[in-house]
Design a protein around this ligand. Structure first.
Ligand code: VGL
Ligand code: ZN
Length: 213
């Protein structure tokens, strides 16, 4: 097992019941990333997580816009917004992390999506890039210059977290086997990887991590 240098953090994005099979916004085969995350965690000195955490009146829920369906796009406070099933409501089981996920070495959890008027795919900023979760300043205070990302979902929260990380100047890697896509359109996951690579994000299988050290 390799050990990443202390300037590198593992960011676990939204590994929550509602994104796992059986959840309200289940990502197909999302549970397959759990054993991979388990084998990745011991290789990192710094581990943080993000948690999708919505009030029940959140504007991204189709249920809060009568006459709409999940998957439909609307405008929310001037931004395009895909409507989702009710998911990750604060304090509910769906918003919690599975017990099989070892949290004993997590140093911090950054909640996002608390403002009902704007969605928040990235673990750093909301979609309007106004609200800040504090993740950036936390990483900077810890002396982190490189981040490695795993979690759900590849075409939304993993993608936008990685794009923000690279735009903030972090060397950024996404573990291609420790993420899965929602795939509202069948190619969304593959397209997300193309976008990430084009933005300068390393996309690597977890077993190839030693080649990145
Ligand atoms: C996510 C859609 C809505 C995600 C969160 O974690 O990828 N996707 N909220
Ligand atoms: Zn959400």
């Amino acid at each position: 097992m390799i050990k990443m240098s202390p300037d590198t953090a593992l960011i676990l994005v939204d590994v929550q019941h509602d994104f796992l099979p059986g959840g309200a916004l289940a990502v197909t085969q999302g549970d397959e990333i759990l054993p991979i995350i388990a084998s990745l965690q011991p290789q990192f000195e710094h581990i943080v997580a993000t948690q999708d955490w919505h009030p029940a009146n959140h504007g991204s829920f189709a249920a809060n816009h009568p006459g709409t369906q999940p998957g439909q796009q609307i405008e929310l406070e001037g931004l395009p917004q895909i409507l989702w099933p009710v998911h990750c409501v604060e304090g509910t089981f769906g918003a919690d992390f599975p017990v099989t996920l070892d949290r004993s070495r997590w140093q911090a959890v950054f909640q996002k999506g608390r403002n009902p008027l704007v969605d928040s795919y990235s673990g750093f900023f909301d979609n309007a890039r106004r609200g800040d979760t504090g993740l950036r300043s936390y990483l900077l205070l810890q002396g982190i210059t490189r981040v490695c990302i795993a979690g759900l979902a590849l075409d939304y929260c993993v993608k936008f977290t990685a794009l923000d990380a690279v735009s903030l100047g972090f060397k950024t890697l996404v573990f291609t086997d420790a993420t899965r896509a929602v795939n509202l359109r069948p190619e969304d996951g593959r397209r997300a990887l193309d976008e990430l690579k084009a933005a300068g994000v390393y996309c690597l299988e977890s077993k190839a991590l030693s080649s990145y050290v």
